[in-house]
Design a protein around this ligand. Structure first.
Ligand SMILES: Nc1ncnc2c1ncn2[C@@H]1O[C@H](COP(=O)(O)OP(=O)(O)OP(=O)(O)O)[C@@H](O)[C@H]1O
Length: 333
């Protein structure tokens, strides 16, 4: 079991309030990801859950039990840090088994659990090595293995992939997804990489300036952002925002349309404009236009397209997929 319930979590450092009343329910077995801009309080919230940071007020319940005054080691959680935090003088095997050893588990149990985790993570050939003799990706797998061995109620990950290169990030991401499926464990994960969030999470929590802007599945956030902030934060390239008045809409303040929900033509369409930059990404082409109706507009076309800088083109949005936001920046449905 591993459910988590946060109620009205507040945290201030001196006079600086970093978490401004966070309420969140995480069900047993869920993979929940915190995203948000740098400094919005993601890591602080994770550290409050772990008990590494005291909340100024509020409640943290794990499996229905209040743990706000419980020390980190007694909360039944395991945390995986960006920096791996391995002991340099211990072998991989001993690093992975250390938590159980400190809890006084018998040698045979430690060996069995470490063996199982190391096979799961393809670490068997490295058990006798020390961290300095491993690559970054292998070290991160040892840190994950150490967490698995402890069989925690909650796994907490703080940007675990951010020190890895692009290819390794993708591989390790897949591995974490697979682990989540096979362990059926509750995982809470902090990242500022929205691709990681979209691909791993059952549920994404979008934080901004110490508050939750929206909670939802990746596709809910993509298809139905609650406000301009979430609409702009989820999706890459970013959603286009157009002043509603420019499009003759007097009810809304802002119209949002994703780059992939616009088609282009040389012959005619809604918004006439000029290509100012083209990015060929292989599978996609990203075009930046300047149109009289919208100003700067980003368009994402699938496949390769032969548009060049200074070409005159017509952009047409899929009107069913436009988002209308009111004066308060909240979506109007
Ligand atoms: N120990 C501390 N003392 C004072 N201020 C702190 C402390 N820890 C964090 N902060 C401040 O709290 C705010 C939130 O920090 P936090 O690390 O939670 O943000 P974050 O969303 O995880 O950012 P990033 O994506 O850059 O890691 C920041 O303004 C930070 O400077």
């Amino acid at each position: 079991m591993g459910s988590l319930n946060l109620k009205s979590i507040r945290k201030a450092f001196g006079t600086h309030e970093v978490l401004k009343g966070i309420d969140l329910e995480v069900k047993d077995g869920e993979f929940v990801i915190f995203v948000g801009p740098s400094g919005c309080g993601k890591s602080t919230l994770l550290r409050v859950i772990a008990g590494l940071e005291d909340a100024t007020s509020g409640s943290v319940q794990i499996d229905g039990k209040e743990v706000i005054t419980t020390p980190p080691a007694k909360r039944g959680i395991a945390m995986v840090f960006q920096s791996y935090a391995l002991y340099p003088h211990l072998t991989v095997k001993d690093n992975m088994g250390l938590g159980l050893k400190q809890m006084g588990a018998p040698r045979a149990e430690i060996d069995a659990k470490v063996g199982k985790a190391s096979t799961m993570l393809s670490l068997d050939p490295y058990l006798a090595r020390r961290p300095a003799e491993l690559s970054g990706g292998q070290r991160q797998r040892v840190a994950i293995g150490r967490a698995i061995v402890r069989e925690p109620k909650l796994f907490l990950f703080d940007e675990p992939l951010s020190n890895l290169d692009a290819a390794l990030r993708v591989n390790t991401r897949l591995e974490i997804a697979r682990l989540h499926r096979s362990l059926k464990a509750t995982m809470i994960y902090v990242t500022h990489d929205q691709v990681e969030a979209m691909t791993l999470a059952d549920k994404i929590v979008v934080l901004n300036a110490g508050q939750i802007e929206q909670i939802g599945s990746p596709m809910e956030l993509y298809n139905k952002p609650a406000n301009v902030f979430v609409a702009g934060f989820i999706g890459s390239p970013q959603m286009n925002f157009i002043e509603a008045g420019r499009l003759g809409d007097s009810q809304a303040k802002t119209i949002g349309i994703r780059p992939e929900h616009i088609t282009l033509s040389r012959n005619g369409g809604d918004w006439k404009g000029k290509v100012i930059h083209v990015e060929h990404l292989g599978a996609d082409t990203i075009l930046y236009l300047e149109t009289e109706d919208t100003g700067l507009l980003t368009v994402r076309l699938f496949g390769e397209h032969r548009y060049d800088v200074d070409d005159v083109v017509y952009a047409t949005p899929d009107k069913a997929l436009m988002h209308r936001f009111g004066a308060d920046d909240r979506v109007q449905r």
